[in-house]
Design a protein around this ligand. Structure first.
Ligand SMILES: Cc1ncc(COP(=O)(O)OP(=O)(O)O)c(N)n1
Ligand SMILES: Cc1nc(C(=O)O)sc1CCOP(=O)(O)O
Ligand SMILES: [Mg+2]
Length: 211
């Protein structure tokens, strides 16, 4: 697996990206400093995921940003995406790893310390831990962890971590202080009039917080 920079992980949402569209939103966010882009469209079938994913792959080509596909293994493989993200209610991590092969990135969500500790680093490359805060973007989210809860999960998690759920630019310092490697956001970028500017503000806060 290539070096994975989880610093600023954009999760796309077709509704929140309606003005620019997912591809242009991703392009702008990467220009502003997003290091990972996840295609997440909970209502798309595999054919639509593949169509959007292929357009995203072209848009991100040469930028250094990594393309991850949420949930849909078949689409991730057909797109030739860099990786797949699954949750606890999706296909299990060992089966996912067998299907995607050794080279694709595999991310797994965990919402409790027990689930974070149980992650198998032989199959999984990074964890999405959350939600840090309640969020309207994922109405079926689990109870919010807060930064203390996030820190507890990070401590037992055997793989690099991206924190998710209700995170904004102002939270970068707290996310890093909790031990996460980066933050994943939807509405903090997709739901703004200028995704490039929104991404740049988060990326600059990340640089400041690390120095
Ligand atoms: C980076 C990241 N972390 C967590 C999730 C949530 O995955 P999951 O629990 O499978 O929920 P859905 O996103 O599929 O609704 C994620 N997508 N990305
Ligand atoms: C996709 C997703 N997964 C979550 C989890 O807790 O696993 S929270 C979430 C949505 C995050 O959206 P926003 O940045 O707009 O709050
Ligand atoms: Mg899922």
């Amino acid at each position: 697996m290539r070096n994975l920079d989880l610093s600023l992980y954009l999760v796309l949402d077709p509704g929140l990206c309606a003005t620019l569209g997912m591809v242009e939103t991703a392009r702008a966010a990467v220009a502003g400093g997003a290091t990972v882009v996840q295609l997440r469209d909970k209502h798309a079938d595999t054919a639509r995921m593949i169509e959007t994913g292929r357009a995203l792959k072209v848009a991100l080509s040469g930028t250094g940003a990594v393309l991850i596909v949420n949930d849909d293994v078949e689409a991730a493989i057909a797109i030739g995406a860099d990786g797949l993200h699954i949750g606890q209610d999706d296909i299990d991590a060992i089966t996912a790893r067998q299907l995607i092969g050794p080279d694709m990135i595999l991310g797994l969500s965990a919402e409790t310390a027990a689930l974070a500790a149980a992650i198998d680093p032989a199959a999984v490359d990074y964890a999405g831990l959350g939600p840090v805060f309640a969020t309207a973007t994922k109405p079926d989210h689990k109870p919010a962890l807060g930064f203390e809860g996030l820190s507890r999960l990070v401590k037992v998690c055997p793989v690099p971590v991206v924190a998710i759920g209700g995170l904004k630019s102002a939270h970068v310092g707290d996310v890093l202080a909790a031990g996460a490697d980066g933050l994943a956001v939807v509405s903090a970028i997709c739901g703004t009039p200028d995704p490039q500017l929104a991404a740049r503000e988060i990326a600059e806060n990340m640089i400041k917080a690390r120095t």
